[in-house]
Design a protein around this ligand. Structure first.
Ligand SMILES: [Zn+2]
Ligand SMILES: [Zn+2]
Length: 390
């Protein structure tokens, strides 16, 4: 049993022994580490499981006199610069000399194991998705939506979000074994997850172990919940802080709140698309709030102090000067949206001059009197002289 990654792995380091350690010392180190990291003693601990696999793989090689010798030879070649040109093609150089892989393999007697396995694995790219085992993998990003009120968008709010994501099966903690039992190390691949498969001629390729599908562990009594896969869905509720000033349609990124990572990898991120509900009175323009305020003709003509509501606070008084036209906007400072720097935008009050639909007798008389008083000025004069331009 050999593995494509020999060249890149320091099995001595994995077992914590010196390169010239005796076979007895290697065995002793292996036993100690295997016991400490065995899935029996730490069910569901993925890190320990991966470490256990790495220990088994290392011992498989340097615990075997013949394989250890091959491994040492390969490592010394890699160390002397042989490894640099591997990936590309059949011809590379060893110590500056042209080198043909076929010559080399011929000298080793073909498919009987040893180097042909190593090179086969390298040239074949490992033959499967698990070429590199036990690499930490970052958890997936998760997308979700939250609808918040207009006021909460202005002030910021903490929302509870229910998330569904891939997670270890809760009943077996991801081991795939029925509760109360534990998986055992795969006897086919001895926990490595890969086996050598002959592809004809001198070459062999490493492929995912068919007995354990690359896990390195086999389950005799599968967990009834996940049917031995060890995977499940988790429904969790998290508290997410939506910052003050969020806009409708904005996407908020919450680092590390996505799916949890595998084999010690970091968690993914959570993206929350925020929908902001409309407010019956207030609108929004960037950091400013907007408000339409009806005013009467006389207020606009004579001027007035008018009381207007604010979104989250006491009403404020806006001074409308005499002669204010319809549609003019007044600014109330600091009553808008909280900006990133902590300051607030403004409240923009736009006057909407109302024409009374019905007049009582007294009001009609007053307006008649106004018409007579204001007679003499023709506000449409410009329409008939070309806009006053000529
Ligand atoms: Zn296996
Ligand atoms: Zn399960």
């Amino acid at each position: 049993m050999t593995n494509a990654d020999w060249a890149n792995k320091d099995f001595y380091k994995t077992l914590g022994v010196a390169k010239d350690a005796s076979a007895a010392d290697i065995k002793k180190a292996y036993r100690k580490l295997a016991r400490a990291n065995h899935p029996d003693s730490k069910p569901g601990d993925k890190v320990a499981e991966d470490r256990f696999k790495a220990i088994a793989e290392a011992y498989d090689v340097i615990g075997d006199e013949k394989k250890r010798k091959q491994y040492d030879e390969l490592r010394s070649m890699v160390g002397s610069g042989f490894g640099g040109g591997f990936a590309g093609g059949r011809t590379t150089t060893a110590g500056g000399q042209p080198f043909d892989i076929n010559d080399f393999l011929g000298g080793q007697g073909g498919g009987g194991g040893g180097f042909s396995d190593i090179f086969g694995g390298m040239f074949g790219g490992g033959g499967g998705p698990r070429t590199r085992q036990a690499q930490p993998r970052r958890g997936a990003d998760i997308e979700t939506e939250a609808t918040i009120s207009f006021t909460d968008a202005i002030e910021g709010v903490t929302v509870s979000l229910r998330l569904s994501s891939d997670a270890p099966c809760p009943d077996c903690s991801g081991t795939g074994a029925r509760s109360g039992t534990v998986p055992r190390v795969c006897p086919e691949c001895e926990g490595v997850g890969m086996v050598a498969a002959s592809v004809g001629g001198a070459f062999t390729m490493n492929e995912t172990c068919p007995a354990c599908h690359g896990r390195g562990l086999v389950v005799d009594d599968p967990c009834p919940t996940c049917h031995g896969s060890g995977r499940g869905m988790s429904n969790r509720t998290i508290q997410a802080r939506i910052p003050a000033g969020v806009k409708n349609g904005q996407r908020i990124r919450l680092r590390g709140k996505g799916a949890s990572g595998e084999r010690g990898g970091p968690a993914g991120d959570l993206y929350v698309s925020v929908k902001v509900a409309d407010h019956p009175l207030f609108g929004r323009k960037d950091d400013n709030l907007t408000l339409q305020v009806p005013v009467t003709f006389d207020e606009a003509a004579l001027g007035a102090d008018i009381k207007v509501p604010t979104l989250n606070g006491a009403p404020v008084t806006v001074k409308i000067p005499a002669g204010t036209p319809n549609g003019r906007t007044f600014r109330v400072r600091g009553r808008g949206v909280v900006r990133k720097d902590g300051h607030r935008g403004d409240l923009l009050v736009t006057v909407d001059v109302q024409v009374p639909a019905v007049l009582n007798d007294k009001a009609r008389e007053a307006v008649q009197a106004y018409r007579e008083a204001a007679a003499g000025s023709d506000i449409r004069a410009n329409l008939f002289n070309g806009g006053g331009a000529s």
